[in-house]
Design a protein around this ligand. Structure first.
Ligand SMILES: *Cc1c(COP(=O)(O)O)cnc(C)c1O
Length: 370
C-alpha cells in the first residue's frame, strides 16, 4: 500500500459537492479578483482568528512582505527571524527592503530560541517574526516582553499554524500582524495560491489593503506605489468552504499524531513534543534521528512519502551568501537540518496507513542497529 506524504485528492473527495457549488457561484457572478467572495472569506477568517481585520493576498510570502512594509519597516532596518523556517520568512523581509537577522532554534520545540533573541538586537532592529513552525506556536510571551523592552513589532508567521493556539488563544492576531499562507498543502489550503494578513491595527490593515492593489482603494487613484498581490475569488470561495472543516481536520491531525506517538514510543526516534503553552495542529509530523538518510530510503522503498523541512537552514542558503553567515553559527538549527524527517500527515490518513509507516520506521531502526 502506498502512503503519500499528503493526499489532496482524498480531501477533495470529501468536499467535492460544496466546492463545486462555490466555484460555480464565482463563475456565474464573475467576481474573479477581490470582490464579494474575497470579502466574505476575509470576514469569516477574521472571525476565526479573533482579529478585527483580515486582508486577503495572493500568497503567504506576499502577506509577510506587506505586513513588514505596513509596519513601516524597510531599507536600513533589521528584522529578527528564526534560521529554521521555510526560506520565504526571510525572503519577504528582504523583498520589503529590510535585512533578516537570524536566531537559532530551540532544540525541543523547533521554534525560535527565545533565550537567543536579545543578543541579535541592534539599534536597527525593528521587528521580530516568530514562526509557528510545523503547526506549533513559538513561545510568544517572552518574545512580547523582549519586544516591549526594545520597542519592536511582532509579526507572526502563521503559515503552518491555522487554528493553532498559544495559551488558549488563536494565533495570527496576537502581535501587530499575523501572516497566513493558503498554499494547497497547508492546513487551510486553496486550490492555487493564497494568503492573508490578520491584525487588530486599523492602520496596518489599511496599508496592506492599499499595497496589495497598486496603492489604490478607489479605482484609478493611487495613493502609494504598491503591488498586484490580490487574492482571487475562486480561491476565496474554496477557502470559505474549507474553513468550516478546519477545526475538524486539525483534530484529525492531532489524533494521527497521538497514534504515531503511541506506535513509535519504543524507538530511538525523537518525536514532536507539544509544549505546555501550545495546541499543536501538526501541519507536519517531524521526527529526528541520527540515521535520517537511511530512514528516508527505507520509507521511500516501502512506498511511503516523506519530506525534509528543511535540508538547508536559511542562513546557509546561497541567496544569503552576502550576509556572511557560516556553518556553525546556529548549531541547533544545523543539527536539526541534518536529522529531521517529516512523516505522512494529513486529516484523511487512515489508521492502517499510520500503522504501516510506524512498522517501516521500526524496520529501519532494526536495520540500523544490526
Ligand atoms: C508556506 C510558508 C510561507 C510562504 O507561503 P506561500 O503561500 O507559499 O508564499 C511562509 N512561511 C512559512 C513558515 C511557510 O510554511
Amino acid at each position: 500500500m502506498i502512503v503519500p506524504f499528503v493526499d489532496l485528492q482524498a480531501q477533495y473527495k470529501t468536499i467535492k459537492t460544496e466546492v463545486g457549488v462555490a466555484i460555480e457561484r464565482v463563475l456565474e457572478t464573475a467576481a474573479f479578483v477581490l470582490g464579494r467572495e474575497v470579502e466574505a472569506f476575509e470576514a469569516a477568517f477574521a472571525e476565526y482568528t479573533n482579529a478585527q481585520f483580515c486582508v486577503g493576498v495572493n500568497s503567504g510570502t506576499a502577506a509577510i512582505q506587506l505586513a513588514v512594509t505596513a509596519c513601516g519597516i524597510g531599507a536600513g532596518d533589521e528584522v529578527i527571524v528564526p534560521a529554521n523556517s521555510f526560506f520565504a520568512t526571510a525572503e519577504a523581509v528582504s523583498t520589503a527592503g529590510a535585512t533578516p537577522v537570524f536566531v537559532d532554534a530551540d532544540s525541543v520545540s523547533y521554534t525560535i530560541d527565545v533565550g537567543k533573541i536579545e543578543a541579535a538586537i541592534t539599534k536597527r532592529t525593528r521587528a521580530i517574526i516568530p514562526v509557528h513552525l510545523y503547526g506549533q506556536t513559538a513561545d510568544l510571551d517572552p518574545i512580547f516582553e523582549i519586544a516591549a523592552r526594545h520597542d519592536l513589532a511582532i509579526i507572526e508567521d502563521a503559515a503552518q499554524a491555522h487554528g493553532s493556539l498559544y495559551n488558549n488563544r488563536k494565533v495570527g492576531a496576537l502581535g501587530r500582524a499575523g501572516c497566513f499562507s493558503f498554499y494547497p498543502g497547508k492546513n487551510l489550503g486553496a486550490y492555487g495560491e493564497g494568503g492573508a494578513v490578520v491584525t487588530n491595527d486599523a492602520e496596518v490593515a489599511r496599508r496592506v489593503r492599499l499595497l496589495r492593489d497598486h496603492g489604490s482603494e478607489q479605482k484609478y487613484r493611487h495613493e502609494i506605489i504598491g503591488y498586484n498581490f490580490r487574492l482571487e475569488g475562486i480561491q476565496a470561495a474554496v477557502l470559505a468552504v474549507k474553513l468550516k472543516h478546519l477545526d475538524c481536520w486539525n483534530d484529525l491531525r492531532r489524533r494521527h499524531a497521538a497514534r504515531y506517538a503511541e506506535l513509535l514510543a519504543g524507538t530511538s526516534l525523537a518525536l514532536p513534543r507539544e509544549m505546555p503553552y501550545a495546541r499543536h495542529v501538526y501541519h507536519l509530523y517531524v521526527v529526528q534521528t541520527n540515521n535520517r538518510d537511511a530512514l528516508h530510503k527505507t520509507l521511500t522503498e516501502a512506498g511511503i512519502g516523506t519530506g525534509i523541512h528543511y535540508p538547508t537552514p536559511i542562513h546557509l542558503q546561497p541567496a544569503y551568501h552576502s550576509l556572511k553567515y557560516k556553518a556553525g553559527d546556529f548549531p541547533t538549527t544545523e543539527r536539526q537540518a541534518a536529522r529531521v524527517l517529516s512523516l505522512p500527515m494529513y486529516p484523511e490518513l487512515r489508521d492502517e496507513q499510520i500503522a504501516q509507516v510506524a512498522e517501516a520506521c521500526m524496520n529501519a531502526a532494526r536495520a540500523a542497529s544490526a
